[in-house]
Design a protein around this ligand. Structure first.
Ligand SMILES: C[S@@+](CC[C@H](N)C(=O)[O-])C[C@H]1O[C@@H](n2cnc3c(N)ncnc32)[C@H](O)[C@@H]1O
Length: 317
C-alpha cells in the first residue's frame, strides 16, 4: 500500500513525505509555514506527571496548550481538521475532564466541533474511590465549514445488511448502504484485545503486535480511521506530540504525508525504527476493522475462581 519508500527528513520539507522532528512542540510549530496541514491529530500530555512530562499548575498547563493550539490553527489548511484526543486530568482524587477545558480554547479560534467521539476501552486501572474510567474522547474540530469527510472510506459492516424497505417506491429493495454503515461517534477500537493481552499474556510488550515501551501510545487503527475520513492521498498529517510515531504510521499506510514532533529522543528513535519496519513491510499493526475479540466464557480468566464462588452467592452479578 505504501507508495514508495521515501527518505525520512528531520525538518519539514513540503516536497518530502515524512518528517520526524525532535524538539519542543511549540518551538518547532512556530518555525512551520502557515496553512499546510490537512489533519492535525494528537494526544497531548494530560499534566499527570507521567514519565514524559513535568506537572505544572493546571492553569499554566492550559495556557501552554492554548499557545500550542493557536499555532496548530495557524498551520492547518483552511479546510483542515484538528482532532484532539484527551482523557482526564486528576488532582487529589478530583476529576477534570480535559475536553471540557479544551473546548473553549478551540471555540475562541472560531473552530467548529463536528464530533465529540467517545473512544471506549475495557482495560485500565481499577479505581477504588470512584467508578473506573473506561473511555476517553476525540474532539474533532474543523477550521471552516468546508472540510473533507470521506464517509465511504470508513464505513463498517451493517448489523442487518439484509434489511429491506417495507413500503414506498423502494419496497423490497435493500434499505442500507452496500458499503456498510456510518461507524458513529462511539468507537470501540482494540479494547478487549488489549485487555485480554493484559490478563492472559504477562509480557504484553513482547506479545502485542503494536506495543512499544511508550506508556500511552495510540493504536494505529484509531488514527487510520481519522486519516481515511478527514484527508485525501498526499495530504499532510501532523502530530505535535508524536510519541512513537503512531499518527505518522497511520498516515503513511494510506499514502498521506506524515510529520511529528516529539521532545524525547528515545521515543523519536522508536518512531523512526517503526517507520523503517513499515517501509520494509515488517511493522505489525492490528488490521483496521478487524472484529473485536469476544471471550467465549471458557477461557480460564473468564471463570470465577473456586475460592470466590461462595462469596459471590447472592451478589447482584
Ligand atoms: C500522550 S503521549 C503521545 C503518544 C502518541 N500518541 C503515540 O502514539 O506514541 C504525549 C507525548 O508528548 C511528548 N511531549 C511532552 N511534552 C512535549 C513538548 N513540550 N514538545 C514535544 N513533545 C512533548 C511526550 O514525550 C509524549 O511522548
Amino acid at each position: 500500500m505504501l507508495k514508495e519508500n521515501c527518505p525520512v527528513s528531520h525538518e519539514f520539507d513540503e516536497q518530502g513525505r515524512i518528517a520526524l522532528c525532535q524538539g519542543d512542540a511549540l518551538e518547532r510549530l512556530r518555525a512551520l509555514p502557515a496553512g499546510r496541514f490537512q489533519l492535525i491529530v494528537s494526544s497531548p500530555p494530560y499534566n499527570l506527571g507521567k514519565a514524559y512530562e513535568k506537572q505544572a499548575r493546571f492553569e499554566d498547563y492550559l495556557a501552554w496548550q492554548k499557545n500550542v493550539i493557536e499555532e496548530l490553527f495557524r498551520v492547518a489548511t483552511v479546510d483542515g481538521s484538528i482532532v484532539w484526543q484527551v482523557g482526564n486530568y486528576i488532582n487529589s482524587g478530583e476529576v477534570f475532564p480535559l475536553d471540557i477545558y479544551f473546548y473553549p480554547i478551540f471555540k475562541e479560534l472560531r473552530m467548529r466541533l463536528r464530533n465529540r467521539i467517545v473512544w471506549h476501552f475495557d482495560h485500565g486501572l481499577h479505581a477504588s474511590k470512584r467508578f473506573s474510567g473506561r473511555y476517553e474522547v476525540l474532539l474533532w474540530f474543523t477550521k471552516s465549514d468546508t472540510y473533507t469527510f470521506n464517509l465511504d472510506a470508513v464505513r463498517v459492516p451493517s448489523k442487518y445488511p439484509g434489511k429491506l424497505h417495507y413500503k414506498g417506491p423502494k419496497a423490497g429493495q435493500p434499505s442500507g448502504n452496500p458499503l456498510g454503515k456510518n461507524p458513529s461517534d462511539y468507537w470501540r477500537i482494540l479494547c478487549q484485545e488489549w485487555e485480554t493481552g493484559l490478563i492472559e499474556i504477562p509480557n504484553v510488550k513482547a506479545n502485542h503486535p503494536e506495543k512499544t515501551e511508550h506508556p500511552c501510545q495510540f493504536p494505529v487503527e484509531l488514527i487510520e480511521r481519522c486519516v481515511l475520513a478527514l484527508t485525501n492521498e498526499d495530504d499532510w498529517v501532523l502530530d505535535p506530540f508524536g510519541g512513537v510515531g503512531s499518527s505518522v504510521i497511520a498516515a503513511l499506510k494510506h499514502n498521506r504525508r506524515g510529520m511529528m514532533i516529539e521532545r524525547d529522543a528515545s521515543y523519536s528513535a522508536i518512531a523512526e525504527e517503526r517507520i523503517r519496519l513499515l517501509q520494509n513491510g515488517l511493522l505489525k499493526t492490528r488490521p483496521i476493522g478487524k472484529a473485536i475479540y469476544q471471550p467465549t466464557g471458557r477461557e480460564k480468566v473468564a471463570q470465577t475462581p473456586e475460592q470466590w464462588r461462595e462469596l459471590n452467592q447472592g451478589n447482584l452479578l
